[in-house]
Design a protein around this ligand. Structure first.
Ligand code: ZN
Ligand code: ZN
Length: 345
């Protein structure tokens, strides 16, 4: 079995003859991975912003086929096409009973060794599952977007947008673009995407999901007020993890507006002026996906969203063969690709 292994920070090695997974751990299923997309958090790990020692899996956005269904919990069967996402939590622990199912159980235990391997185990038992079955209408490559779509939907739900509101998205990476597309599908017409990478902005313009503002422009904030109105934007999605951007969010949000933070900050906020939190009566909400959103019929809402929006979301993907994995990581880092997907078969 083949593996894309992160052997050290910044060092990817293709391991060709890894031992196949023989023993199924209790409560898991075994998946033959078809493809796995690269997440911003994989890049953070690659760059040493997260610890390789503490991280147990590598790759969590994948699609594949079930080759051993274990005890068949949650209706999972051999031969089923599946993709990763948080689809089930216990419903009984304190977190589940208090509206925090995304804290039910650490995802670190959910996948071993993860989706950058041709085979992986995934937790799927009566308490918890990190897979959903995929309908025929989604291909295997697009299905790798299920987990990020789930996370972006969490961001959109936290934003709780209403018809006619204006939304500014800072950070036009995959999470920003998927969240922007979902928010548009919720009846918001004015969505402004802000970024500082010329290469990325050019691509985003071509996609046509959002109005684009280049934060290198001297008058970039004026451009936002021009589009959203003089009061400022109703909602900001802060998806960059850069503290100066949080500062900018305080400036372009309207009084009483909401700022949804769906990014990871490394470090402290000593240069960020916090006065607007009180002066503007801001609501600042974190959004930590993935989250087990289910429809009333018990099936995954994220699968439904992916089916509906797939024609647009597909445009974010660049596919790389397994042997070109290093290129896939390089292109994600440089911005040459928005959402690289590594294909095993
Ligand atoms: Zn992810
Ligand atoms: Zn629970």
């Amino acid at each position: 079995m083949r593996k894309v292994a992160l052997v050290d920070y910044g060092k990817i090695v293709l391991q060709e003859n890894c031992e196949s997974i023989q023993v199924l751990e209790p409560g898991t299923v075994k998946i033959d991975v078809t493809a796995c997309s690269i997440c911003g958090s994989d890049i953070a790990l690659y760059h040493g912003k997260r610890s390789i020692q503490e991280e147990r899996y590598f790759g969590h956005e994948f699609s594949g086929v079930v080759v051993d269904a274990g005890d068949g919990a949650n209706g999972i069967k051999v031969g089923m096409r599946v993709a990763s996402e948080l689809s089930k939590t216990c419903g009984r622990c304190w977190n589940c009973r208090n509206g925090l199912p995304n804290y039910c159980k650490s995802m670190n235990d959910a996948l071993l060794p993860g989706g950058f391997s041709e085979e992986t185990l995934v937790l799927n038992n009566s308490e918890y599952s990190f897979i959903s079955s995929i309908p025929d209408s989604i291909d295997d490559i697009t299905a790798t977007l299920l987990e990020p779509t789930n996370c972006a939907y969490r961001i959109a739900r936290r934003a709780n947008v209403k018809h006619g509101e204006t939304v500014v998205v800072f950070g036009m990476g995959p999470m920003g673009l998927i969240a922007a597309r979902i928010i548009k599908s919720m009846g918001v017409d004015v969505v402004v995407g802000v970024d500082n990478s010329k290469m990325r902005l050019e691509k985003v313009r071509q996609l046509g999901f959002v109005d684009v503002v280049d934060s290198n422009d001297e008058n970039w904030q004026d451009q936002i007020f021009e589009i959203c109105g003089a009061k400022g934007a109703d909602v900001i999605l802060e998806l960059t993890g850069a503290l100066p951007v949080l500062q900018s969010s305080f400036q372009v949000v309207r009084p009483g507006g909401r700022i949804i933070v769906g990014s990871v900050y490394n470090g402290f906020a000593d240069k960020v002026e916090l006065l607007p939190i009180m002066r503007k009566e801001l609501k600042i909400l974190g959004a930590k996906g993935p989250y087990p959103y289910l429809k009333t019929d018990g099936t995954s809402a994220a699968v439904d969203i992916l089916v509906k929006l797939q024609d647009d979301l597909k445009k974010l993907i660049t596919v790389y063969d397994y042997k070109d994995s290093q290129q896939a990581f390089d292109d994600m880092i440089s911005g040459a690709a928005i959402k690289p997907v590594i294909r095993f078969r």
